[in-house]
Ligand binder design. Structure first.
Ligand code: PLP
Length: 384
């Protein structure tokens, strides 16, 4: 089956007991058993729930992986992956990652005795130098949040394989509609399904997809043992969202391309980051590694914080808000929102300045989006 068909049908056969075409919301915590160990595959909804199982199978199928696991949030999914680590273990991570992931590494895993080395992910060879016998995981995100830097997944996967270290890829920004890391050699795919997979800004969730049976066993063990699972309604909402993933990603990408091109020529804008622009330093890699360039655009506005204030408060169609990946357009200010948990020096080292703004371009009419940005940029100019 092709992607768009799998999104609608994988894991979603008609309900056996009723014929319901749409996977029902199995809003139950427990399952009546015919006798000791005589059940229909479900005993307790932390361990397994049919609505969640449908979502897990669908996401695994879209990523081209053997096994999917759904979680209560993207960070819960990340925590489950990190549960394979023990005190004394070491992780090599790309430096440009989601601020909450960095916080999880530094404030939760580091005090538990796991150490991290951060490298510039744009150069694959950078991942090799910090590897030690204690390195038990390589972690990347591509494209990155918020600067849309790409990591060459196949090249980093080759390094990881040569050193027998599993490679985890946060595929939240690209989604499996545009990029399938397992096929490029990665071992673990992580998602915040809150974003494009859910797609409607109405549910928090996460997912992990792996092929390896041991990784699956260990992460599934943690899923049940630690218990950060999504409820059946959240799993159902996410499953409803995923059905239109390919269509949405196509429109997000078309709108984002237009907006990036508009911003690139605007005198109030300093730098535009979008992998679909030929000027993006990794445009060729993006063409090779992705099936489209996605819906995220970031740029630096001239005039620092006063310009940011004027711009943000003038937006009418874009909502000034955290998060991304919904059908509606959002704008956020990474240095004081998504990346506030990253120390200022670290943020600046990564290139996130006081003028950096991140757009999650929705699927509204692109004329309306450009008019909105144009008016907000005019307000920013008059604030100077
Ligand atoms: N990964 C990326 C790339 C993200 O942008 C986010 C949240 O913004 C997360 C992970 C964490 O996901 P959640 O907010 O669902 O816990």
């Amino acid at each position: 089956m092709k992607f768009a068909t799998k999104a609608i049908h994988a894991g979603q056969a008609a309900d056996e007991s009723t014929g319901a075409t749409i996977v029902p919301i199995y809003q139950t915590s427990t399952y009546t058993q015919a006798g000791v160990h005589k059940h229909k595959g479900y005993e307790y909804s932390r361990s397994g729930n049919p609505t969640r199982a449908a979502l897990e199978e669908c996401i695994a199928s879209l990523e081209g992986g053997g096994n999917g696991l759904a979680f209560a949030s993207g960070l819960a999914a990340e925590t489950a992956v990190l549960s394979i680590l023990r005190p004394g273990d070491h992780v090599v991570s790309a430096a440009d990652i989601y601020g909450g992931t960095y916080r999880l590494f530094e404030k939760v895993l580091t005090p538990q005795g796991v150490s991290f080395s951060y490298v510039d992910g744009a150069i694959p060879a950078n991942f090799e130098a910090p590897l030690t016998p204690a390195t038990k995981l390589i972690w990347i995100e591509s494209p990155t949040n918020p600067l849309l830097q790409l990591v060459d997944i196949a090249a980093v996967a080759a390094i990881a394989r040569a050193h027998s270290v599993p490679l985890a890829v946060d595929n939240t920004f690209a989604t499996p509609a545009l990029q399938r890391p397992l096929a490029l050699g990665a071992d673990i795919v992580v998602h915040s399904t809150t974003k494009y997979i859910g797609g409607h800004s109405d549910v928090i969730g996460g997912a992990v997809v792996v092929n390896d049976a041991v990784l699956h066993r260990d992460i599934q063990f943690y899923q049940n043992a630690a218990g950060a699972v999504p409820g059946p309604f959240d799993a159902w909402l996410t499953l409803r969202g995923v059905k239109t993933l390919q269509l949405r990603m196509r429109q997000h990408g078309q709108n984002a391309q237009r907006i990036a091109e508009f911003l690139q020529t605007h005198p109030q804008v300093d730098a535009v980051h979008y992998p679909g622009l030929p000027a993006h330093p990794q445009h060729e890699l993006a063409k090779r590694q992705m099936d489209g360039f996605g819906g995220m655009v970031s740029f630096a506005i001239k005039g620092g914080r006063p310009a940011v204030e004027a711009f943000a408060s003038s937006l009418k169609v874009f909502a000034f808000a955290e998060s991304l990946g919904g059908v509606e357009s959002l704008c956020c200010y990474p240095s004081e929102m998504t990346h506030a948990s990253v120390a200022r020096e670290e943020r600046e080292r990564r290139g996130i300045t006081d003028g950096t703004l991140r757009l999650s371009v929705g699927i509204e009419d692109s004329d309306d989006l450009i008019d909105d940005l144009d008016a907000a940029l005019k307000a920013a100019v008059s604030s100077r």
